[in-house]
Design a protein around this ligand. Structure first.
Ligand SMILES: [Zn+2]
Length: 429
């Protein structure tokens, strides 16, 4: 496994695809993470070898509209009909959603007649935060298991994919929406143009669409290549997001970065010309230009940084193994599957992953087949590899983890740079 070596693709290799945003055929390969299984399709540890199909995981840059995207699409029905990610399982997300809903209510005013629609509403964590404002809410969630959790919690939820037809049905049943939100789903969308057209259709005349998506600029600055997986079809900058929305008569009028998932862009969007474009948009545009986020070279350099990360992390894990130290993964998030499969890190280096999410326990991370066990208070390894590195601050405040470090335990943080955190603080590798 650990002989696997990533390579930086040669320049000028055009992928056989139409750009998901502009339809052009000038999408050039910039990062090749090799063939990988679908990261959320967890397998039984004893499943036959090769039980999980593998698909290319390649990132391209559109030379026409600058959209960064993967070329291979696993059909959405196969990825999202039964989804193991539940928003409510960490503390950080509900707090974040509460903050966002209060800002939205303060900015645009919400009353009992108003409708808020959340696309990809998961277990209803975000919509629950609107209770104090007395407005009507509706979630749209394709995955039956989490949609059921939302309904059980009293959040009105339609179990289906959001697209133009769904928007038409919502309009006839509930009327137009003052606010449409989409958090952490906008890069998933196979029917991208149908979804954006549906949002435009669903909004009231002065309605606002609030979108949060992992920010490509943050991925570049954090070397967060592990955000690349088959579910994430597009990776947005303000510029590429604006290109997409502009094709459907929509315009970003406020844009900010929020510190979640290692850097997320939050854009407030209205019909073109409907609201004045704020200074935040011009500031971010200038920042993106200065940092080269619209230049292909930036993404070639990211590929080189990923190779360095692989050398450091695999080298460190081999040292731990040689010293007889045990390493377990702390959590088994989707991004962990990308990191482990890209770097060829299997059970010989990381014996198991421990998880709080009962839907994952007893299964294994696909591809590398690291088994997932329940987190238990009475056993711990020499070090944990923190795959959900974006939640590291929350983990380090946990009293059980403070006690673990006091007894000599360590956390290996793989991204943005390889670091080992122990009782004495972080040390770079
Ligand atoms: Zn394009």
């Amino acid at each position: 496994m650990s002989e696997q070596r990533l390579t930086v693709p040669p320049t000028g290799r055009i992928l056989d695809m139409e750009c998901r945003c502009c339809g052009g055929r000038s999408v050039e390969l910039v990062i090749d993470l090799t063939d990988q299984p679908h990261c959320n399709r967890l397998v039984r540890p004893d499943a036959p070898a090769q039980a999980e199909p593998r698909f290319p995981l390649r990132v391209g840059f559109c030379r026409v509209c600058t959209m960064v995207q993967i070329d291979h699409t696993i059909p959405k029905e196969s990825m999202f009909s039964d989804y193991p990610y539940v928003s409510g399982t960490t503390k950080t997300l509900p707090a974040h959603f509460s903050d966002t809903s209060h800002r939205i209510a303060a900015a645009y005013g919400l009353g009992p007649q108003d409708l808020v629609v959340d696309i990809g509403s998961n277990d209803g964590t975000w919509l629950k935060q609107y209770a104090p404002f007395g407005c009507r809410v509706l979630g749209v969630e394709a995955a039956g298991n989490v949609a059921d959790l939302a309904k059980a919690a009293g959040v009105p939820t339609w179990q289906r994919f959001f697209n133009e037809a769904c928007a038409t049905d919502i309009l006839s049943e509930h009327g137009a929406a003052k606010i449409v939100t989409a958090a952490g789903v906008f890069f998933h969308l196979e029917e991208l143009h149908s979804v954006v057209a549906g949002i435009e259709k669903l909004l009231t005349e002065d309605g606002v669409f609030v979108v949060q998506a992992i920010y490509l600029g943050g991925m570049v600055e954090n070397t967060a290549f592990d955000q690349v997986y088959h579910e994430h079809l597009c990776y947005y900058t303000l510029r590429s997001l604006s290109e997409l929305l502009g094709r459907h008569g929509l315009e970003v009028f406020e844009a900010t970065l929020v510190p979640i998932h290692g850097g997320t862009i939050e854009a407030h969007v209205a019909r073109k010309g409907r609201r004045p474009v704020g200074a935040s948009v011009r500031t971010m545009q200038a920042d993106e230009t200065r940092k080269g986020f619209g230049e292909i070279e930036t993404y070639r350099n990211l590929a080189k940084s990923v190779l360095l990360l692989q050398q450091k992390l695999v080298g460190l894990l081999e040292q731990y193994r040689a010293a007889g130290k045990t390493v377990w993964a702390y959590g088994a998030p989707a991004k962990g599957a990308t990191l482990l499969n890209s770097f060829g890190i299997g059970p010989e280096l990381v014996q198991k992953a421990v998880e709080r999410n009962p839907m994952k326990v007893g299964l294994a991370i696909p591809g590398v087949r690291i088994p997932i066990a329940e987190e238990r208070a009475d056993e711990s390894p020499s070090a944990y590899l923190v795959l959900a590195w974006n939640f590291i601050d929350e983990f380090l405040k946990n009293p059980a983890n403070i006690a673990y470090m006091a007894q000599g335990g360590e956390f290996i943080v793989p991204v943005p740079k390889v670091e080992v955190v122990g009782a004495a603080g972080p040390r770079a590798v």
